[in-house]
Design a protein around this ligand. Structure first.
Ligand code: SAH
Length: 487
């Protein structure tokens, strides 16, 4: 696997500054061991006018197979052979991107203490990848790189030069040129887009891949026209991660274009992330179900506990019957995003008097939460470790004691219906548990019993005859109130 990066220069700004920017001296050939083999960095040419750095990754196919264990396809002999005999050693796959990230990590972040002004300025750059697996072909290669300011040449590599009639392979010879980008930007484009074009991640995609993607995508991914394809392929088409990433990208866009319409971002996000969560955006259905339950309870002053980024608070604000809406979250960052979403700083006095955001933990009793009509815990309980749950139970049902409490949580039985969710995995990296309908009902009934509430259950989303709905909702009401009403 091979990749070269070249630049040109002058006596004043010599091309060999590339060595400083990459933190790799042009006179030395260096080798770095990575989990999949050895990465070599060397400079085929290095003078004031032209300097080229090469990254060569020598794959150890045995290590690759060993690392990949557990996600293989199970014992078919040809599949086993294909693990060893494949294009990995020479094609620039996701592994080259991993090596790039490791070997040039400072350069990727644009860090260069010796030549900071050079690191911050655009350079004349030329990047060459002789064999790039490009699922989607030359056309997709152009759609990915051109919007970023690259001039792109992507020539298909024939399957076999001796037999032109066999046609082209899925590889292209990639040549990128630009003088509008900094080296860090260029490296970050490659770091993300090489695996996207390869479209076959060769290592396990973990939850922190979303962070990696957003970090590497900073400054270009939020506005990229192929953002959805990039995100979903980079995250190996894992639906839950893709959705997370799309939401966070949307928030970045909102933060940057502060004046843009904030309208229902989930609608937009979910319409974009597409097919898997059809027919309807579940987050929207959930908010509607919760809002309906609050209306039915006749609640006016409402707590949204674990409000996250404030989508429900925003929805409730649209209905004037909710006279006071308080969002509570332990995360300052979530609250900051919520404040921005709600445009709290620019809200009219009347609106502003209806809404408040509080930082606090639901694992502790909090007098500020007393005296409200209703509290919502939407997709929150599953974020607490099970042993912490009794503390939340007491803080909400024992101490704050609103007349109505609406709780939603995923129904784990439904997970088999999410096609892209690997069996046995939770929907969200931070879910500490996900309950079956039976488990949720058992918990809810016990809570109601301990604190003098009655509880009723409502399905949210399509109620599958076999596995139930994707979201389960419980509405708790203080028993005495019910009796008083009945009397
Ligand atoms: N209610 C929102 C967000 C759910 S995500 C929705 O339905 O979309 C869960 C939220 O609970 C996160 O914002 C997290 O910060 C918050 N949270 C988790 N543990 C908490 C705790 N102990 N106290 C307060 N908030 C908590």
């Amino acid at each position: 696997m091979f990749l070269t990066i070249s630049t040109t220069g002058t006596a004043v700004n010599p091309a060999t500054d590339l060595g400083y920017l990459l933190h790799k001296h042009p006179d030395n050939a260096q080798a770095f061991s990575t989990s999949y083999g050895t990465a070599h960095v060397f400079y085929p040419e290095a003078d004031a006018e032209r300097c080229t750095a090469a990254l060569l990754l020598e794959i150890d196919p045995v290590a690759l197979v060993r690392r990949g264990k557990g996600k293989g396809r199970g014992g078919a002999p040809d599949a086993a052979l294909a693990q060893y005999v494949n294009d990995r050693p020479y094609a620039a796959s996701s592994l080259l991107a991993v090596a790039l990230g490791n070997v040039f990590s400072s350069a990727l972040r644009g860090v260069c203490t010796t030549r900071p002004e050079r690191a911050a300025a655009p350079l004349p750059l030329r990047v060459e990848v002789p064999a790039l697996p490009a699922r989607g072909g030359p056309d997709l290669v152009r759609r990915l790189f051109e919007p970023l300011g690259w001039a792109v040449a992507a020539d298909p590599v024939p399957l076999d030069t001796a037999f032109p009639e066999w046609g082209d392979s899925r590889y292209v010879r990639l040549l990128l040129e630009s003088d509008r980008l900094t080296l860090a930007e260029a490296l970050r484009h490659l770091y993300v887009l090489l695996p996207v074009l390869d479209d076959a991640k060769h290592y396990w995609v973990a939850a922190d891949e979303v962070d990696k993607l957003l970090r590497a995508g900073e400054g270009w991914l939020p506005e990229h026209p192929e953002q959805k394809l990039i995100t979903s392929r980079y995250l190996a088409r894992r639906w839950s991660l893709t959705r997370q990433a799309m939401e966070r990208l949307e928030l970045v866009r909102l933060a940057e274009a502060d004046d843009s319409e904030v309208e229902d971002i989930d609608n937009a996000v979910e319409a974009e992330t597409g097919t898997e969560e059809k027919p309807a955006p579940l987050a929207v259905q959930r908010r509607e179900a919760v809002t309906e339950a609050l209306r039915a309870a006749g609640a006016a002053r409402v707590l949204d506990l674990g409000c996250g980024q404030g989508q429900l608070v925003q929805a409730l604000l649209k209905d004037v019957r909710f006279t006071e809406i308080v969002g509570v979250d332990v995360s300052m960052r979530a609250l900051a995003v919520a404040a921005r979403r709600l445009k709290l700083d620019r809200m009219g006095e009347r609106q502003a008097s209806r809404v408040k955001l509080l930082q606090g933990s639901l694992a502790y009793t909090d007098n500020r939460l007393k005296g409200y009509d209703a509290a919502v815990l939407s997709e929150v309980v599953e974020h607490l470790d099970l042993p912490r749950l009794p503390a939340l139970e007491y803080a909400v049902f024992g101490h704050a004691r609103p007349r109505t409490v609406v709780v939603t949580t995923p129904n784990v039985e439904y997970n088999v219906r999410w096609e892209s969710l690997p069996a046995g995995r939770a929907r969200h990296g931070d879910h500490r548990f996900e309950w079956t309908r039976e488990e949720f009902r058992t918990w809810a009934a016990a809570v109601a019993g301990r604190h003098g509430y009655e509880v009723a259950f409502t399905p949210v989303g399509p109620d599958d005859p076999e596995v139930g709905p994707p979201t389960q909702m419980a509405t708790f009401t203080i028993s005495t109130e019910k009796e008083a009403k009945a009397a």
